[in-house]
Design a protein around this ligand. Sequence first.
Ligand SMILES: *[C@@H]1O[C@H](CO)[C@@H](O)[C@H](O)[C@H]1NC(C)=O
Ligand SMILES: *[C@@H]1O[C@H](CO)[C@@H](O)[C@H](O)[C@H]1NC(C)=O
Ligand SMILES: *[C@@H]1O[C@H](CO)[C@@H](O)[C@H](O)[C@H]1NC(C)=O
Ligand SMILES: *[C@@H]1O[C@H](CO)[C@@H](O)[C@H](O)[C@H]1NC(C)=O
Ligand SMILES: *[C@@H]1O[C@H](CO)[C@@H](O)[C@H](O)[C@H]1NC(C)=O
Ligand SMILES: *[C@@H]1O[C@H](CO)[C@@H](O)[C@H](O)[C@H]1NC(C)=O
Length: 251
Amino acid sequence: MIIGFLLLLYVHHLNGVFSPDRTVYDAYGVKIAVNEILLVHAQNARNPPSFFIQFSPYNNTQSSSQCFINCLDSSQNYYVYTVAVGKKPNKNQIQFFFAGEWINDNSRPFIGVATYNLTNNLSDSPNSCANSFSYSIQYLDNYEHQEYYVIGVEPKDLLVYGFSNAFVTIFDSPNVLIFESWNRSLTWSNSSFIPRAVEINDNFGIIAGFVQNDPKERVKYSPIIYLLNFNSSNHRPIIVDQYIGTATPGT
Ligand SMILES: *[C@@H]1O[C@H](CO)[C@@H](O)[C@H](O)[C@H]1NC(C)=O
Ligand SMILES: *[C@@H]1O[C@H](CO)[C@@H](O)[C@H](O)[C@H]1NC(C)=O
Ligand SMILES: *[C@@H]1O[C@H](CO)[C@@H](O)[C@H](O)[C@H]1NC(C)=O
Ligand SMILES: *[C@@H]1O[C@H](CO)[C@@H](O)[C@H](O)[C@H]1NC(C)=O
Ligand SMILES: *[C@@H]1O[C@H](CO)[C@@H](O)[C@H](O)[C@H]1NC(C)=O
Ligand SMILES: *[C@@H]1O[C@H](CO)[C@@H](O)[C@H](O)[C@H]1NC(C)=O
């Protein structure tokens, strides 16, 4: 019986590896994003996990221009790592992107977009903020829990890139014409690269993180910045330069 119980515990541990502290807003990614159209804040500690939305202008915080919406469904079987918006959004396409992980019985990363239905006029109906968002979500079925998973939105809000230590993904909206993910080794050769932050501009991007040094070295990790270009035919990022910073033993 004891062995059976231990086995159960072991299996349970195997399955439920990822149990993030939902109250720590600094963990696993940037939880807030804002542009001239809207502000979005992922709140994993709410039950169910929610996005807080505030529409601009930000000096006019009437309750009709703000709301909470469920991140996915009404369970707590998922965790939202991060949210992102474009810097120069198209006013005729109000949306934000998010990335997270389904943690029901096994971990499954996802990337998604929440699109606002523009035929609803905020000033006409106070409830339209909460009821007018629809989601489109893509799951990365071939990948497990990711400790680091960052997303970067192209300025015009059309494409979003996701980077983790295992995969790179590209996703668009709202009709999901592009959803692709591929092994990180096709984008960067150093398999230890841990992405921590990404910024995408019109013609290039930068991604910063850490690479693991030789285990015999005193300094275990070095900070690294990659400069990215984008393939004009398939939009995939291509590394064109890199900078490795000098690190101290505590890095
Ligand atoms: C908010 O700021 C804008 C731009 O500065 C201004 O035109 C508008 O009157 C302000 N609204 C309120 C409610 O203060
Ligand atoms: C947007 O809202 C309008 C009015 O409520 C509705 O008729 C329409 O089907 C909605 N469009 C989408 C894509 O949900
Ligand atoms: C929304 O409704 C208000 C008041 O009815 C109106 O002034 C405004 O032009 C409408 N906005 C849009 C985008 O239809
Ligand atoms: C990614 O590619 C590397 C090197 O080719 C390989 O070792 C690894 O198993 C691949 N990972 C996945 C999830 O396919
Ligand atoms: C990754 O980069 C670091 C720093 O240059 C280097 O020490 C390490 O060997 C590289 N690892 C691989 C797998 O290329
Ligand atoms: C860009 O993508 C195309 C396939 O769509 C490929 O044939 C080409 O080699 C890629 N270019 C670079 C520089 O990676």
